[in-house]
Design a protein around this ligand. Sequence first.
Ligand SMILES: N[C@@H](CCC(=O)N[C@@H](CS)C(=O)NCC(=O)O)C(=O)O
Length: 303
Amino acid sequence: MAEVILHQYVNSPFSEKIRKIFALKKISWRSVEQPTIMPKPKLIPLTGGYRRIPVMQIGADVWCDSGIILKKIEEMFPAPTIYPDGLEAAADIMNQWADRRMFWSTTPVIFEKLAAVVPKEFIEDRSKMMRGANFAEITLMAPDARTQLRAFLDILDRQLARSTFLLGNSFSLADAACFHPVWFLRAEPTAFSHAQKFKHLMRWFERIDAMGYGDVKPMEPDDALKIARESSPATAVDVQPSDPDTLAAGAMVSVTADDYAFDPVAGRLVVSTIHEVAIEREDRELGKIVNHFPKIGFRLASV
Ligand SMILES: N[C@@H](CCC(=O)N[C@@H](CS)C(=O)NCC(=O)O)C(=O)O
């Protein structure tokens, strides 16, 4: 099988979620370090415009968003599962909650101190990505975010007083997902001190931190692009007739995140199932690429 390549950066919390799933499953993977701000000239040819991290590549197939990456990893490497005891809905819903709710309570708390020291290019980049929001003003949100963060941490801590992991005695997607915002807090000591007050949470945090990242070897971005250029997409057409989007295989569509980083990716529809949309693009440098997105969190439009 072609290698599993994760385009990421070390300090990326959403990548940390995927790295912990690699650790659970003891997967061998290659890590390509990408820039933290635009431009990302060695990522965009693979994604067609999608700029967020992480992105997973296998040959000329590219998965955008941790939600679809983790589903593909689970399909390829089913054991050990990220859904022990069949708790799939609970794990998936906690994943959404951690990404879209808990994570956003950490950012203002971390940047309350860091905003003064991060490069102005970073602030400008994130303001553009948030369309209209001024990222420098994130510090104003810190008091309310801190109040909510402490309540979220308490929810986790109370559960962890009663079970080793969030959904029982085995590591699940819920742990990988709730770990990443807590891990992100460690970027700034005052922010992390809020988590350190919760002893059951800290025991769990240290256990997951010690799991490592699986068997990872670095890869140069150019080598990943070469692999894409020399491969063909391995995705079969699967546009389900029951799909209410009523788009036919081959239709030109665009796929855009519905929360931030609104860069549409356009291509011909290859897959449309209840949870996934995939489109095929012809990239000038790389030839045919298929980009996979989750349905949850994205908008699909015909173009
Ligand atoms: N819903 C996305 C969120 C990804 C995300 O926001 N990633 C952050 C880094 S952890 C990002 O891309 N920030 C902007 C950037 O790096 O350009 C996912 O689950 O993958």
